[in-house]
Design a protein. Structure first.
Ligand SMILES: NC(=O)N[C@H]1NC(=O)NC1=O
Length: 296
């Protein structure tokens, strides 16, 4: 089913409507949606605001309700996964992480880590695995075994809210307020990098994978026509900028032919997980170095 517009959800007048639209985003816990309807009824100014209200419901819940929420989740690569009795959402998340096609030795690693974790914490280990690798999941399980019970319960709830956010985005269209920008600075001269070729592609996620656009930076080192992506084109997923740093410095030095520049094309892969936010991805570069960060 395509995601419903937020405006549809904002027209709901009964908690049953909210539960039937998004009750599944917290695993086997529709009470979170119904109780949110009572404490913070629609309209919601954004999907982020709705998610914040859902998080507040969980945070106001009793310790027992929080533990029940954690334990409503299936183990990763556990019995429910083996017997195909996962919810559709969980089955898809676990299979995307490769947990439904583990080798015998990987399966015994998961079985042993799940057992050690339960022995120490007496609840299910939770990690939002939709975009995680088996390797990262195993490392996280090992590392989190060292946590205190309080830290660990907090971490499980943080992960549950991440799982719920990604499920919410599958069900409801976010506000088209997010956008993507970049800014290239030439740290060799301490100036904006004007005239640098930059390409943008989508690697995965909600839209078609492949090249999206190509730009030449303006006098200020920014994209000439404003954001590279905005509105409903700006959706969750992994993206790649390629900055043609080698060509830029060659042209600047007045050369048309050279040997092999140290930095040629600089790819920056980054992820968008809140399409209602502004993502700014600057590049600071010289012929021999570069860095980036999530700017604002
Ligand atoms: N145990 C656990 O983390 N389960 C979950 N993680 C996830 O991404 N989906 C789940 O069901």
């Amino acid at each position: 089913m395509p995601p419903i517009p937020l405006s549809t959800l904002n027209g709901y007048t009964s908690s049953d409507d909210l539960v039937s639209a998004i009750g599944s985003i917290y695993e086997h816990s529709p009470w979170i949606s119904s109780s949110t309807f009572s404490s913070a009824p629609p309209p919601y100014s954004s999907l982020t605001a709705l998610h914040t209200s859902l998080k507040a419901t969980v945070s106001a819940a009793t310790q027992e309700q929080k533990l029940n929420l954690v334990n409503a989740h299936p183990d990763l690569a556990g019995k429910a996964a083996l017997s195909n009795s996962l919810t559709a959402e969980s089955a898809s998340e676990q299979s995307r992480a490769g947990l439904t096609s583990l080798s015998t030795s990987e399966m015994s690693t998961f079985t042993s880590l799940n057992a050690q974790y339960k022995e120490k914490f007496s609840h299910v280990f939770i990690l939002a695995v939709r975009n995680a690798s088996k390797h990262a999941i195993i490392n996280a399980m090992r590392a989190r075994l060292n946590n205190s019970p309080e830290t660990e319960l907090g971490e499980c709830l943080t992960q549950i809210h991440k799982i719920a956010w990604m499920r919410l985005l599958d069900l409801v269209e976010p506000n088209p307020t997010g956008f993507l920008t970049c800014h290239v600075l030439d740290t060799a001269c301490g100036c904006p990098a004007a005239g640098m070729r930059v390409t943008l592609s989508r690697l995965s996620g909600a839209g078609p994978v492949g090249p999206i656009a190509e730009f030449l930076t303006n006098e200020d080192g920014r994209l000439p026509g404003g954001p590279a992506l905005k509105g409903l084109d700006f959706s969750v997923g992994a993206f790649e900028w390629v900055f043609f740093v080698g060509d830029y410095f060659l042209t600047k030095a007045g050369q048309t032919v050279s040997g092999q520049p140290f930095l040629g094309e600089v790819p920056i892969r980054f992820g968008i997980d809140n399409p209602e936010d502004h993502y700014h991805v600057p590049l600071l570069c010289s012929p021999f170095s570069f860095s980036t960060y999530r700017g604002s």
